[in-house]
Design a protein around this ligand. Structure first.
Ligand code: C5P
Length: 409
């Protein structure tokens, strides 16, 4: 926990001097702390003081760094495990809420994907202004954690809410966020995840094939989420142009029968198997070696059934393995998907309706129903990577449930 990276943004408030106490307390607790100052903040507190208490460089401008290869707002955003703006003036809250990135601090806020927090400090009327309150609500809705300012006599001689929370309270607040993060983190260390993604292509001849619109995004997002959670990940990837997620071993396939081979070969090593590939149910009976020439007004092509890979995996899976399938339906979603869950002997089935906005093949979001033998759960619209985490977490819980059950008997 103590090796966590905390990025502290300091804005131009009379309370900026308290940032020194905050940074010093965090550093003493063993956190690695870096500080970004706005130009206004640098009028209240010197970068040198903050560098001394953080034992790190302090950043004000985009091009401050001694390392020319480093783009500070991206590098710092990637480095941070938690980003807190303390004190946060009305201006930075407004810019963050609107996505304005006109200096190092706000560019870094926009580039960050870690948990975000702010400790507002300003005049009571500025704090109570509907604009500031709306901005704070917007940020909270996006998941920012806000530590309320305290009430009292303010620097401007007004009395009311607007004083920066005391540094020791901000430290407690940060530690609470970090421990919640730790508790909620998905850990798949020691697990092997096998996931298929993308369409299949069934060749008719060297230039033509039968395929579908699958983009592979959902399967790739699951693979990325599994790798981030520490799993060993094998990704059977169809003919798609997506980059391989970091830490993932990719095995390319073209046809359903190629994919079947990969899945059968690798399934025994896997704890979790996820068939997110959109597999063609049929292939051409024959594949011509040469391009087929046109002749006559019509042409009849014979299709034969492809193996149902998921159903095959359902037959051979071990008790300790968790198998997840996907179903894309255009009608009677719950009923059809439940029938598939049972017929293919899956532990989990993710069903989406092609006709629902935000769901399906090409986009970055999905709206799905998660079906287990004991019941179904309709999930809200979420990114494909968030859905990946939900699926993996559900599989982890199911596996724990099975092993707990096995040890009781
Ligand atoms: O039966 P349906 O194609 O709707 O089932 C979808 C699920 O079955 C997906 O998980 C898909 O990857 C898998 N599937 C398969 N082999 C097939 C057809 C579908 O593994 N031939």
């Amino acid at each position: 926990m103590k090796n966590k990276h905390i990025l502290v943004g300091v804005t131009g408030s009379i309370a900026a001097f308290k940032a020194c106490t905050l940074v010093s307390a965090l550093t003493k607790k063993g956190y690695d702390v870096r500080v970004i100052l706005t130009h206004h903040a640098a009028a209240f507190i010197t970068p040198l003081s903050l560098a001394a208490v953080s034992h790190n460089d302090v950043y004000i401008d985009e091009f401050d760094g001694t390392n020319e290869a480093m783009i500070p707002h991206i590098a710092l955003a990637k480095w941070a495990d938690l980003f807190i703006v303390a004190p946060a003036d009305a201006n930075v809250l407004a810019k963050a809420a609107c996505g304005i990135a006109d200096d190092l601090l706000t560019s870094c806020i926009l580039a960050s994907t870690c948990p975000m927090a702010a400790a507002p400090a300003m005049n009571v009327h500025m704090y109570e202004n509907i604009a500031t309150q709306t901005n704070l609500n917007t940020l909270k809705e996006r998941g920012w954690k806000i530590i309320e300012p305290e009430s009292g006599l303010l620097a401007c001689a007004d009395t009311g809410k607007g004083r920066l929370a005391e540094p020791e309270h901000i430290v407690d607040f940060i530690e609470k966020i970090l421990s919640e993060q730790e508790e909620n983190a998905l850990s798949l260390a020691g697990k092997t995840v096998l996931v298929s993604a993308g369409p299949t292509q069934e060749a008719l001849d060297p230039v033509r094939f039968l395929s579908n619109h699958s983009s592979g995004k959902q399967g790739f997002a699951i693979a990325a989420a599994a790798a981030k959670a520490g799993a060993k990940v094998l990704l059977a990837a169809g003919p798609v142009s997506l980059p391989t997620p970091e830490g993932v071993e990719r095995i390319d396939y073209v046809s359903a029968r190629d994919l079947e081979k990969i899945m059968i070969e690798n399934a025994p090593k896997a704890d979790f198997i996820i068939m997110a590939a959109a597999v063609a149910d049929y292939r051409f009976e024959t594949t011509a070696d040469q391009k087929i020439k046109k002749s006559g007004d019509s042409m009849t092509l014979t299709l034969v059934r492809n193996p149902d890979i998921l159903a095959g995996l359902g037959k051979t899976k071990r008790d300790d393995q968790i198998l997840c399938g996907f179903a894309m339906e255009t009608e009677n979603l719950d009923e059809n998907a439940r029938a598939k869950l049972i017929a293919k002997n899956c532990d989990l089935l993710i069903a989406n309706n092609l006709r629902t906005e935000g769901a399906g093949f090409q986009g970055d979001t999905n709206i799905v129903t998660l079906l287990k033998p004991e019941g179904s759960e309709h999930l809200p619209l979420m990114s494909k990577e968030d859905l990946g985490r939900v699926i993996l977490n559900t599989m982890l819980e199911m596996q724990k449930g099975k092993t707990d059950h096995a040890s009781v008997h």
